[in-house]
Design a protein around this ligand. Structure first.
Ligand code: ADP
Ligand code: SF4
Ligand code: MG
Length: 371
């Protein structure tokens, strides 16, 4: 058993108040704005949020994979297996990358090397991080391909990525990621490019591997629909930070933050009356190159009060103390309101934006929709 999987009170990964910026000629994009979360050994955490919320940037930061000249981490800490990763040199990070933390992406075709066989790509990772002989590395590559469910693995090892289907390439990328038995697998939108049946197969493969190998998984997705049954906990990300976190089933059954409730209402549901149209969250995420003085979700929120325009809410416990639930919200909906998608207090209307804010926001939620 790898040492990170032994029982310990320390989380495997602890991200604290992480900030990441991209500095351009005329503007600085503050893509990650005070992100904090933890993952315990063997646990699966799903980070969920709309496109552009900073999910990938935060994951790439852990591995030191951001463009060095245009990005910076002005604040924050990332402790993995007891070691601070922020500030490590490229050489130090590359020893951790692939060996202790592995990452898989949406697009297997661009992550795999088109001119090397799948076997060579697996054994290359093994040669970099282990001292296996070449025949041991071959045996391990075969075992890994079988582990990820590729039939006729001995023959398939000799093939190139273009000879694999989309789902098989994703499996091969997972095999490479697993080659050195990482204690943390980061899966960034691992099924977004695949059709629905293959998506389900890859997600159940990740679930099986995580329980067989005991590794932790950080699953990044824009699709709340894919996390049920796979993630132990969810962290919902908006505008560069977490706005709600808690055990998956509890958050999905009873969302406490207006944004989570909106995400859930925008999902197709089997129990919806036939023909019912989906209700996407109105408006768009904020421009991350601007200052966001109050709650970043305020322009889209049906529950906002005056305070929300000026005061950025902190992530604090909600529901019962032992529920493990936290949200960042000044005026969160009741369970009934979250289901209805609006305040049920008679006469309540979301506070109008101050003039300076009104000018900035492109789409304001229509007030009459809330009354
Ligand atoms: N290399 C980069 N240079 C400048 N801005 C970037 C870069 N990568 C990402 N961003 C910006 O950072 C924000 C967060 O992006 P990302 O983490 O990719 O979002 P997500 O994965 O949640 O869809 C976006 O506004 C995106 O445009
Ligand atoms: S109620 Fe206020 S703090 Fe909560 S999400 Fe809406 S705007 Fe943000
Ligand atoms: Mg992304």
């Amino acid at each position: 058993m790898p040492e990170a999987m032994t029982e310990t009170s320390q989380p495997l990964l602890s991200v604290r108040d992480l900030h990441v910026e991209f500095v351009g000629r005329n503007r600085t994009v503050r893509a990650v704005r005070g992100l904090s979360y933890e993952i315990r050994a063997g646990e699966t955490l799903a980070i969920v949020g709309e496109s552009g919320s900073g999910k990938s940037v935060s994951a790439l930061t852990l591995l030191g994979l951001l463009p060095p000249r245009t990005s910076r981490v002005p604040r924050g800490s990332v402790i993995f297996e007891g070691q601070e990763l922020i500030g490590l040199s490229t050489a130090q990070l590359s020893r951790i990358r692939g060996a202790r933390i592995a990452m898989i992406f949406q697009d297997a075709l661009s992550s795999l090397n088109p001119v090397l066989t799948i076997e060579r790509q697996i054994t290359e990772a093994l040669e970099t991080h282990t001292d296996l002989t070449s025949s041991q590395a071959h045996a391990r590559a075969l075992e890994l391909l079988q582990l990820v469910g590729i039939p006729d693995a001995e023959r398939r090892l000799k093939e190139y990525p273009h000879q694999y289907s989309g789902g098989m390439r994703q499996r091969a990328m997972i095999a490479i990621a697993l080659s050195c038995q990482p204690s943390l697998l980061i899966a960034d939108e691992p099924t977004t490019a695949l059709d629905v049946t293959i998506q389900a197969q890859i997600l159940s493969l990740i679930a099986r591997l995580r329980s067989e190998l005991g590794m932790a998984v950080l699953l990044i997705t824009h699709d709340l629909g894919t996390v049920a049954g796979l993630a132990d906990r969810i962290a919902v990300m908006y505008a560069g930070r977490i706005v709600e976190t808690g055990p998956t089933e509890s958050v999905l059954a009873d969302p406490a933050h207006p944004y989570t409730s909106g995400l859930l209402r925008s999902l197709p549901r089997l129990d919806d009356p036939r023909g019912m149209t989906l209700r996407p969250i109105e408006g768009t995420p904020p421009d991350l190159a601007t200052d966001l003085p109050g709650c970043p979700f305020a322009p889209r929120c049906m529950w906002r009060e005056e305070v929300c325009w000026a005061d950025d809410p902190r992530l604090l416990p909600v529901r019962e103390a032992e529920s493990g639930r936290s949200i960042a919200c000044h005026h969160h909906p009741t369970a009934e309101e979250a289901r209805a998608g609006r305040s049920l207090v008679p006469g309540f209307r979301p506070a109008d934006p101050p003039a300076a804010v009104a000018e900035k926001i492109a789409v304001v939620v229509p007030v009459e929709a809330a009354s």
